[in-house]
Design a protein around this ligand. Structure first.
Ligand code: NAP
Length: 355
């Protein structure tokens, strides 16, 4: 018995059978796990094909062939983990909307979507606080060496009082440097300023006078932020402008006592340069939720460096928030298929396919 490749309106199937007929109902491909009530809401008005996105990694050829086949007459796609290529879009002549179950949209070729008049929706806001929690978790865990010292206990190596070789560094009262000060950046900055009495500075963002008034935050140049922050926290989206924004030069600007946090996207940091910097003791440590290649290979030095706290991309991974994200994607899809503006879109709403 092998796992079914996909299901149409609830009936699993593992063999190639003819595509469902699309009448007035639109065809929606779902590559995400939605709850039963969410699936029922989709199926009430539309034909739904569910594909198992995990097969994109385990059986990429079969998955790709199946996805292309299903895309040939699909109108909407609910997705987050599958990278959308122009080849996939070429296979989808009737596609009107992609609802990504994420706020970041670096998995999508925006220009190609615009050229085809395909609307791209995302799920901002509903994940902001949950992701900021993980940002702050990384700050705390890295500063107090929580994972390293927990492992000491787990391994039965806690045999005497912890002495200064295992001491951490304070978080409260320190300087928090935010790279990017959007929704998630501001939510982390609030935690730091209001919860821990941190001085907040920020770079790589337009001026935020309201936040400056609320948090006493200062807008500074990136180099100044790197040189004068105890914690540098990356929250900018991944784009051609931000890829490897933090590399060897930027890491060398940081204090050897500083800690680098990445809650945004792995490729914003040049990982090889970071590993080299950590191995040389160029900075105190790093707290990372995201990596250049995910899942992170077990052979990566990042898995072995004690001063690194590495999480498996869990920023938004709570039951409540993942459900809210799925609901937002579902709402965006249904609104768009009805010709209504979605709740959150990435590209311009010139999305009604011409002709
Ligand atoms: P956002 O509100 O759009 O904030 C982005 C911030 O980055 C803004 O301050 C923006 O400046 C700044 N920025 C600097 N360079 C930019 C550029 N080239 N393009 C766009 N913005 C730029 O986004 P958010 O909701 O805070 O999310 C930020 C990122 O976090 C997402 O894109 C995603 O990659 C990542 N994320 C990760 C997880 C996780 O699980 N680890 C979960 C959710 C999101 P302005 O203020 O001037 O606009």
């Amino acid at each position: 018995m092998h796992a079914p490749l996909y299901a149409i309106n609830g009936a699993s199937r593992s063999d190639d059978v003819s595509a469902p007929s699309v009448s007035a109902r639109s065809k929606i491909i779902v590559l995400e796990v939605l709850s039963d009530d969410q699936m029922a809401a989709l199926r009430e008005h539309h034909d739904v094909v569910v594909l198992d996105a995990s097969l994109a990694k385990t059986s990429p050829d079969t998955f790709n062939t199946t996805l292309m086949h299903e895309l040939s007459n699909a109108h909407a796609l609910i997705v987050s983990k599958v990278k959308m290529t122009e080849a996939l879009l070429d296979a989808a002549p009737q596609l009107r909307v992609i609802a990504s179950v994420s706020v970041g949209y670096d998995n999508y070729p925006l220009e190609a979507l615009n050229a085809r008049g395909i609307l791209l929706c995302n799920t901002p806001d509903v994940l902001t606080e949950t992701t900021a929690d993980v940002g702050f978790l990384l700050i705390m865990a890295s500063a107090r060496r929580a994972v390293e010292l927990s492992n000491l206990v787990r391994d039965g190596k806690w045999t005497q009082s912890i002495d200064e070789q295992y001491f951490g560094t304070d978080v409260h009262g320190k300087t928090l440097g935010m790279i990017g000060m959007g929704r998630i950046g501001a939510a982390i900055a609030r935690r730091g300023a209001l919860g821990f009495g941190m001085q907040v500075q920020y770079a790589m963002a337009s001026p935020k006078p309201a936040l400056e008034a609320e948090l006493g935050a200062r807008r500074v140049e990136l180099d100044d932020l790197l040189a004068s922050s105890d914690f540098v926290c990356v929250t900018v989206p991944l784009s051609s402008e931000t890829r490897h924004l933090i590399g060897k030069r930027e890491l060398e600007k940081m204090s050897p006592h500083a800690i680098l946090i990445n809650i945004a996207r792995g490729p914003v940091i040049d990982e090889a340069a970071l590993i080299d910097c950590l191995q040389r003791g160029g900075i105190r440590g790093a707290g990372l939720d995201v990596f250049e290649q995910e899942p992170l290979s077990s052979s990566s030095p990042l898995t072995r460096l004690p001063q690194v706290v590495a999480l498996p991309h869990i920023g938004s991974a709570t039951h409540d928030t993942r459900r809210a994200m799925a609901q937002r994607a579902l709402d965006n899809t249904l609104l768009a298929l009805e010709g209504e503006p979605p709740l959150s879109a990435v590209n311009e709403p010139h999305w009604t396919r011409k002709g």
